[in-house]
Design a protein around this ligand. Structure first.
Ligand code: ATP
Length: 301
């Protein structure tokens, strides 16, 4: 295990970071991979979430001084809006999420959540406050119930069953030999990509954050799985502010606003219909994906 090789003081940092927020394991692995270069301001207050509005203002960022990665990015996700970011590989989508979670600080510009600059609040409160469905979900050799409870260890059974329902996992669990007590992982049931994603959705919902962030997995899904995930996202979008990093445009067609990112810049924006009418990158991507869908049958990995 990677953790064994980590210096103890760094593990202590990670533990303190995670203890307050009960952030998920994916965030913990991300932290373990990246030594923190970011410090909290002295007596940084806790992020006070209200409706869940995200404002990104004139954001610029580079990992190394000679290569800009994000250029003058500005957009707002108003409370209960669904905003999607699409764009080719390397466009800067994941980098934007890393800045939102403050794994890095922007070179200039700022990100506000409910009016608070994320640089001014404690990192633990920031990360604890945002619900995230990551690209890859880590499952443990535990029951499906405990795997979902991992989103918030002190969640009540009632909250867990509500999250299971919202993540469209109820029918899947009903078919398991021991229901929610069925073991998953190496020594138990192997979940498909789509089922794992729905476990991740249930975990994220347990945080009860007004903000949900979906970092969509690139792996292909069969159409039944895709439909279940789309339904879950649709239900959740009614009640949450949602930022989606999307690879499949089927996830974004109903978004209030779509940003097309290319080489660190927003090159097109609008809703699905207006972007199609622009006949630019988005329209091209849409056409390509429609063609692929009619030619290549998708399959669960
Ligand atoms: P994908 O869809 O493939 O995940 P993306 O749009 O999320 O791509 P990013 O991962 O944000 O793109 O990467 C944007 C650019 O930043 C890429 O050119 C990438 O090589 C570079 N990059 C990403 N992480 C680092 C890093 N830690 N150090 C230096 N450069 C990086």
């Amino acid at each position: 295990m990677m953790q064994i090789f980590m210096p103890l003081n760094f593990l202590g940092f990670v533990y303190r970071e995670m203890k307050g927020s009960m952030a998920n394991i994916e965030a913990m692995f991300a932290l373990l991979r990246q030594r923190p270069s970011i410090n909290d301001a002295a007596q940084a207050p806790t992020l006070a979430l209200k409706d869940g509005c995200i404002e990104v203002q004139d954001l610029n960022f580079q990992y190394h001084s000679d290569r800009p990665i994000l250029n003058n990015i500005s957009f707002t996700v108003a409370a209960k809006q669904k905003v999607a970011i699409v764009g080719s590989s390397g466009a800067g989508k994941s980098t934007l999420l890393k800045l939102l979670f403050r794994f890095y600080d922007a070179s200039s510009g700022r990100i506000l959540i409910d009016g608070q600059d994320i640089k001014t609040v404690s990192q633990a409160s920031l990360r604890g406050a945002l619900g995230i469905v990551p690209q890859d979900t880590v499952l443990f050799n535990m029951s499906i119930l405990e795997n979902i409870r991992y989103g918030r260890i002190d969640a009540s059974d009632e909250d867990i069953y509500e999250a299971i329902r919202m993540a469209h996992l109820s029918d899947f669990i009903a078919r398991l030999p021991k229901g929610v007590d069925t073991l998953v992982g190496e020594r138990g049931l192997k979940l498909s990509g789509g089922e794992k994603q729905r476990v991740a959705i249930a975990r994220a919902l347990l945080k009860k954050s007004p903000i949900m962030i979906f970092d969509e997995a690139t792996s292909s899904l069969d159409s039944a799985s895709e439909r279940l995930i789309l339904e879950a996202i649709k239900d959740i979008a009614r009640e949450h502010t949602m930022l989606v990093i999307a690879h499949r445009l089927s996830t974004v067609v109903d978004a209030d606003h779509i940003l097309v990112l290319d080489q660190g810049e927003i090159v097109e924006q609008g809703n699905h219909a207006s972007l199609l009418a622009q006949q630019g990158q988005y329209a091209h991507l849409w056409l390509m994906q429609q063609r692929e869908r009619s030619i290549v049958p998708t399959a669960e990995e």
